[in-house]
Write a protein that binds this ligand. Structure first.
Ligand code: ADP
Ligand code: MG
Ligand code: ZN
Length: 493
């Protein structure tokens, strides 16, 4: 029997607001701030305190919902999700439950099978919990609690069970991360837990319309973990079914070291959260004006930029994907293309290749982002102008770019200061060619007698004489003209 995997993802994204979801505590970097220094009565859950909704957080959520083409609820409701755990000082988490902010959207994805979209079930707002650190002490294990994260705005994005392969999971995961970064609402940092994925996985006989029993995999803090865990779980479930067994509905964790899923809790231990509407918050109302205002601030979306780059710049899919992966990269490219045009460089693909090749290599070597590039786009364009006009050749251009990177100097300064300008001047090149021919009469004689290969050797000698700075096309042209002339003279003699 053939099986088909069915996968749905739940994604939690911390929103990049300055303050928390329901109080004015700052949102701090957990790896930098002293633990428990960004906490107040409200997020610590003191009796008698009242939450107030963070307007910015709602706007960020609306950006995501609009981008995903969701239906946006004009009135949504916060609820209390009750459970006891040391990272939850209030004893409940405020989250949207029955009436979420947005429902029913879609995220376009691109795989080797082309384009399709994954349906979005819901997008809702909630608050993050504190962070526990478990320590193995000499007298036994204990846990540390940091409430700096308690109450940080969190967006949950839940897909329909619409994915069937690891490749689709990867495309969805990366696509959603890209979107959140484009919208400026999340950094996409999975290592720090600012973006967290949970995968729901089941399998069923191919062709069947019913859903199989699913498991939920938590603790996936990289795309590698997400993909490996899903792949592992699909294989495991198929093996269980083929052996005549049944899948238990349970919550699993991913053991990074052993690369297996491990049981965390079964269905019997499922929580009863006793949800009820948060009595301290009114329904969240989103009116037309507010929605229009958010819509007006929406940037170009990743898939829109992708299409535009293909149409306007005529770039192939591979380069387009690289250059639109991040907004700052795309912005750099567009500025560089504009500037390059002024320098006579008319093919955007040229700029694309220099960016995705040389520039990315230099950035990677030094672990820099495009925003930190010591070479601004206008200067990359200027360099390509020198190359285009034949002032320098490709090798020299690569060396100059590396030096621009190193010193922050302009292309022109480096080329002039170091006398790197390529010589295309025919009379200079004629002179070099003559000198080389005179210095090597034996080789010239061999060529004249029909040994073609000698021409390449002589070419090398001319380039050496020119310290690599002669325009190679011009050198070859003039050298061949001279050699052929010598051959003719010999034949006529
Ligand atoms: P819960 O909130 O208890 O986790 P949901 O019904 O909201 O349950 O589903 C959560 C996620 O699980 C969604 O992304 C959904 O697409 C996915 N899902 C639901 N049923 C299945 C299934 N049988 N196989 C795979 N994924 C599923
Ligand atoms: Mg779930
Ligand atoms: Zn607070």
């Amino acid at each position: 029997m053939e099986y088909e995997a069915v996968i749905g993802l739940e994604v939690h994204a911390e929103l990049l607001t300055r303050s928390k979801m329901f109080c004015s505590c700052p949102v701090v970097d957990l790896t930098e701030a002293e633990p428990n220094t960004a906490v107040c009565e409200v997020c610590a859950g003191m009796p008698g305190t009242l939450p107030v909704v963070n307007r910015r957080a709602v706007e960020y959520a609306l950006r995501v919902a609009l981008a995903l083409e969701c239906h946006i609820a004009r009135e949504s409701v916060f609820a209390r999700k009750n459970y006891f755990y040391p990272d939850l000082p209030k004893g409940y988490q405020i989250s949207q439950y029955e009436l979420p902010l947005a429902t029913g959207g879609r995220l376009p994805i691109r795989t080797s099978h082309g384009e399709r979209s994954v349906r979005i079930r819901r997008v809702h707002l909630e608050e993050d919990t504190g962070k526990l650190t478990h320590v193995e002490g000499p007298e036994g294990p204990y846990s540390l609690v940091d409430l700096n994260r308690a109450g940080v705005p969190l967006l949950e994005i839940v897909s329909e069970p619409d994915m069937h392969t690891v490749e689709e999971v990867r495309a969805y995961g990366r696509g959603l991360r890209q979107l959140l970064r484009y919208l400026g609402v999340n950094t996409g940092d999975m290592q720090k837990g600012l973006l967290r994925f949970e995968a729901n996985v089941s399998v069923r006989p191919k062709g069947s319309q019913e859903l199989g029993t699913r498991v939920e995999i938590k603790n996936l803090n990289s795309f590698k973990a997400l993909e490996e865990a899903v792949a592992f779980e699909i294989r495991r479930q198929i093996r269980v079914l083929e052996a005549g067994g049944r899948i238990e509905q349970e919550t699993l964790g991913w053991d990074e070291a052993r690369r297996v899923t491990v049981s965390q809790r079964g269905k019997e231990e499922a929580h009863d959260y006793r949800y009820f509407p948060e009595p301290d918050l009114p329904p969240l109302v989103v009116d037309d004006d507010w929605l229009e205002q958010v819509r007006a601030e929406m940037p170009e979306l990743p898939w829109e930029k992708f299409r535009r780059f293909q149409e306007v710049y005529g770039l192939p899919e591979y380069e387009t994907a690289l250059l639109t992966a991040d907004r700052p990269v795309a912005d750099y490219f567009e500025v560089a293309v504009q500037a390059a045009r002024k320098h006579g460089v008319r093919e955007p693909l040229r700029v694309a290749h220099w960016m995705t090749g040389e520039l990315f290599r230099l950035l990677n070597q030094r672990g820099l982002s495009i925003e930190e590039a010591p070479v601004p786009p206008e200067e990359l364009a200027a360099l390509l102008g020198f190359l285009q006009r034949g002032d320098i050749n490709k090798n020299t251009a690569q060396r100059v770019l590396a030096e621009m990177f190193e010193t922050g100097q302009r292309a022109q300064s480096i080329i002039e200061a170091r006398g790197l300008r390529q010589v295309s001047d025919e009379s200079r090149i004629h002179q070099w060619v003559e000198e080389v021919l005179q210095a090597h009469p034996d080789e010239v004689a061999k060529y004249v007698k029909g040994k073609e290969g000698v021409a390449n050797w002589l070419f090398g000698q001319v380039m050496r004489k020119a310290r690599g700075q002669a325009n190679p096309q011009v050198v070859r042209k003039i050298l061949m003209e001279r050699l052929q002339a010598l051959r003719r003279d010999q034949a006529n003699a």
